[in-house]
Design a protein around this ligand. Structure first.
Ligand SMILES: [Zn+2]
Length: 437
């Protein structure tokens, strides 16, 4: 949009709130852009055009617009033919130009191709861009669309504008139904192709039904490539798996082959060892990687752990032990310095060996446990001993264990080697706290 037009539109939206509503509901009718880009036409009255905000009508076949701002406030739109509106909007344009533009949107170019694989492949190769448009095709027989055999009911509808195949849609006659799943329309950017609404409207007019998947049991021709792999297109729709059938390949939601590849063959679907569902991708888990699970099970039931030989990998949550910010494979805790605390406040919990102390009975305690003590005197000097096996010498204030010999003097417990001075001795009173202090 030209800058002055963008400014005009901004001003009009400020003056007419209904315009913001219309603009959010519908893009401006593409025919207006086509008239400008293909034929160099300019709307006679840009302000009027914006206020009318012409767009594709809900029946997808005509044009709807807001006749007056009052209609806009009342949310009333007027439906007309595309030709009539274009004539009003571009009054100086020749009638045959108007007719050409309108034809693009009215299905005038819609038709079925010949029922030959050649014609189908031509529509794909020379039509709107898609993942099945192969730049490197050396022979038509390589193309995955060869599986859409005419005798199995497959046929191709195209929307031709000028000389160009602007839209295409694979169709199927199956069990007395006429079906299509996905149409492709050439987009100006040339990358992603949106649906061809005109072609789809035309097909529906011909009695076709749009489905979200090809019917279960529909057949594709069984063809093998030079490398021996089965030839397979990317299947449109929600069912993208196939199975071997009686002399054909069948559309089958439980099929073991996935038709989601763009390289012309299938991919094996895998089975998740955890949920037993088929999936397109699995990940190996466990220390030896013999178990494969799907994405869902990996994310919801597995943990990333340090394990065998210091390796990291996924294991089932039940096989993982979490300590702090990391998890560990239950089977390889020792290798990773993880030990079980078997005494005290944190009994039964796992911890890193650096945070654990072992007492004289070979029991492991959390380093911070208030009931374990580091002994600095006596027989167990330099060891950890449970607090309930210790006592304090009244004389020295040192902590000893029950294995250290003690003596009792005047109801107080002293280490056997502690020399108790005479009461009143000046030397001793400074070292031994007075009982009444
Ligand atoms: Zn699973």
């Amino acid at each position: 949009m030209k800058p002055e037009h963008a400014q005009l539109l901004t001003r009009l939206i400020e003056q007419h709130p209904y315009l913001a509503r219309e603009r959010s509901r519908y893009p401006l009718h593409d025919a207006i852009h086509k008239a400008q880009s293909l034929h160099g036409l300019e709307p006679e009255n840009m302000e009027e055009l914006f206020l009318e905000w012409p767009h594709l009508s809900n029946d997808q076949a005509r044009l709807a617009y807001t006749r007056t701002p009052a209609h806009g406030e009342a949310d009333r739109q007027t439906v007309t033919t595309l030709g009539k509106y274009l004539t009003k909007c571009f009054p100086t344009a020749k009638s045959d130009v108007i007719r050409d533009i309108a034809a693009i949107y009215q299905g005038a170019g819609c038709q079925f191709t010949e029922r030959t694989k050649s014609a189908y492949i031509n529509a794909v190769q020379n039509g709107p861009s898609s993942c099945m448009q192969w730049g490197h095709l050396t022979s038509e027989s390589e193309h995955p669309y060869n599986v859409y055999a005419p005798e199995l009911g497959w046929h191709m509808a195209v929307n031709i504008i000028g000389e160009q195949i602007c839209g295409r849609c694979m169709c199927l006659e199956y069990n007395d139904e006429k079906i299509f799943v996905r149409s492709y329309h050439q987009s100006p950017e040339g990358t992603y192709s949106p649906s061809d609404t005109v072609l789809e409207a035309w097909l529906k007019d011909q009695g076709y039904i749009k489905k979200n998947a090809w019917p279960v049991g529909a057949k594709l021709e069984e063809i093998y490539r030079n490398d021996g792999d089965l030839l397979m297109p990317y299947l449109d729709g929600n069912i993208q798996t196939v199975a071997h059938g009686d002399g054909a390949i069948l559309i089958d939601p439980d099929g073991s082959m996935s038709a989601e590849a763009t390289n012309g063959t299938f991919e094996d679907r895998e089975t998740c060892d955890h949920c037993q569902e088929r999936c397109s991708e699995t990940h190996s888990v466990g220390s030896r990687g013999y178990t494969s699970v799907c994405n869902y099970c990996l994310e919801n039931h597995h943990s990333w752990v340090y394990g065998r030989g210091g390796d990291t990998y996924y294991v089932h949550d039940e096989e993982a032990i979490t300590v702090g910010d990391h998890s560990y494979d239950k089977d390889y805790l020792d290798e990773n310095g993880i030990v079980l605390i078997d005494k005290g406040r944190d009994e039964g919990e796992y911890a890193h060996q650096d945070d654990v102390v072992t007492d004289i009975h070979d029991n492991r305690w959390s380093e911070n446990d208030p009931d374990i003590e580091y002994i600095q005197h006596g027989i167990h000097e330099g060891s950890y001993v449970p607090s309930d096996e210790t006592w304090v010498c009244e004389g020295s204030g040192y902590t000893y264990t029950d294995d250290d010999e003690s003596k009792e003097v005047d109801g107080a417990r002293y280490h056997v080697d502690f020399e108790i001075a005479e009461t009143g001795s000046e030397e001793q009173s400074s070292e031994v706290p007075h009982a009444n202090d």
